[in-house]
Design a protein around this ligand. Sequence first.
Ligand SMILES: C[S@@+](CC[C@H](N)C(=O)[O-])C[C@H]1O[C@@H](n2cnc3c(N)ncnc32)[C@H](O)[C@@H]1O
Length: 449
Amino acid sequence: MDRTLLERYDRRVPRYTSYPTAPHFHAGVNAEVYERWLGEMAPDAPLSLYFHVPFCHEMCWYCGCYTKIVRRYEPIGDYAATMTAEVSLIGGLMGARPPITHIHWGGGTPTILSAEDIERLIGEVRESFNVAPDAEIAVEMDPRTMTEDRVKALARAGVNRASLGVQDFNEHVQKAINRVQPFEVSAQVVRWLRESGITAINFDLMYGLPYQTVDDVHRSVELAASLRPDRLAAFGYAHVPWMKTHQKLIPDEALPDAWERFEQAEAIAQGLVDRGYRRIGLDHFALESDDMTEALDQGRLHRNFQGYTTDEASSLIGFGASSIGALPQGYIQNAQPLRGWGDAIRAGRPPIVKGITLSDEDRLRRGVIEKLMCDLKVDLAEETARYGKTAEHFHGEIAMMEPMVADGIAVVDGSVVGITELGRPLMRTVCALFDTYLDSGVGRHSQAV
Ligand SMILES: C[S@@+](CC[C@H](N)C(=O)[O-])C[C@H]1O[C@@H](n2cnc3c(N)ncnc32)[C@H](O)[C@@H]1O
């Protein structure tokens, strides 16, 4: 990669955790539509659940997620009670009880919930849904707020995967993002998790952070890998201060430029590959022994709102304010201000405010984009055949790929189009060729690298 190539393709494009992407959701898909879709649920197609807990004790200045800073437990306890009611409400609207294979708790900081609230909520989930005995139950956690007791409570509730926010191990970077987290804090939580039987461990790292250098990321990778998590994600800091005003606390001039971001991302990737991790998709890494590596090798890797996943369920139900669900008919998103979300549930109505119904054309393009993001290649003949079309359907996109092929970031071989290793960091730009919504000017995204 050279600077010219990076400048040519490092565009502001979506991360494609869904297609169509969230800025295209609209109010036409409402509670009534969602109730109908839930009623049509197939009895045997596996289902996943996502729980959003939008609270943290302190604001990390880079944070791009929907969360609120709270000191008292009262609003958090109220939220847990409302979410318990939401679980029972949605469970009652389902036309069938398909097996639940994956449950993900995200945030904010889900581990801010008390042990009792977590156990009560998971109890209600088991009551209202048919949780498979071997379901994966994953929880995002902030190591700074974990205690041994909390870890044990999670293990008792059946949690079997933990995702730890690490970001960077260098104090000067940690200070600049308002997240001081000494190495020993993360190391201690990893020990507690393993001792409690939660042995599947992910770390989140970030690059492109204020004052962060390539040397800093080398050190972070070395320390992170020394704890041997099974998986790591390395996210490029998405600086969107026009949407997240607290990000204005990070001075623009402290941020690495596009080329430095690229060098940092590559340093993380090389450092992890050198230490036995496989590179997966845009930003994930896993040990050879991890089932994500196996899913990649077998063409079963998927992409959802949490990033890359081994989850093969065709439906996802989201609980909590702002959470997004995906059903075969389309996407749905819950209300975001806490009040609106809670009022709907108390009125006995699904708290949906927007969504999008998928057309076959959307499904086809979603499949193509997902394959490119996961496998770095897709056979357009195979994908189009599912919808009674031929690869010719994409002749315009293939023509637009020509400069990318000439630049060595993409390849076209008959009906198979792919992204090269050189093009991997720019895969979002290649996928954007297949996105028919992009030119509508809705939404403003972060840089590709
Ligand atoms: C929703 S956070 C939850 C983690 C948990 N609250 C914690 O403190 O560790 C999940 C991950 O999203 C990533 N993230 C958050 N804001 C981001 C941003 N603006 N750009 C890129 N990644 C971001 C971070 O790596 C973070 O660990």
